[in-house]
Ligand binder design. Sequence first.
Ligand code: UDP
Ligand code: MG
Length: 153
Amino acid sequence: MVERTLVLVKPDGVQRQLVGRIVARYEERGLKIVGLKLVHVDRALAERHYAVHKGKPFFEGLVAFITSGPLVALALEAPNAIGLVRTMNGATKPAEAAPGTIRGDLAIEMGQNLVHASDSPESAATELAIWFAPGELLSFDREIDRWVLGPQS
Ligand code: UDP
Ligand code: MG
């Protein structure tokens, strides 16, 4: 089933000048970018995004980190995009992330693990609505889709 998922290239990715390389991985895989913007989020939006973690010991540090500088928000579309992107990002702890994943290749510390991705259809719907107004997400065809997704697409 075609899904949309929310990805953040967190402030460490912007500061380390890895935005292009990280976005390129999703593009090269064949995911369609249907939304993209640079945002310096305020505390209120950060708290909404990470509401499931409110009250946990790492919450304050996480909010401070995510609001510390600009980040890139992406909406990606593909069949099974939610699981696909989680697999591409790798385990939350970069030390446990497999080589070939973004975190496994480019990160060391859990607090600086470069990327966020929605973890379920419910969180994808909630998070896409937090980060993008309805009109900011585009639907369009790509000529390459029959080569990426097959002749029926
Ligand atoms: N995090 C942290 N310490 C923890 C758990 C999580 O700093 O003990 C951070 C980490 O950056 C992670 C984010 O909080 O990416 C959200 O945690 P989650 O468990 O949702 O991991 P993710 O979905 O990002 O893999
Ligand atoms: Mg998460």
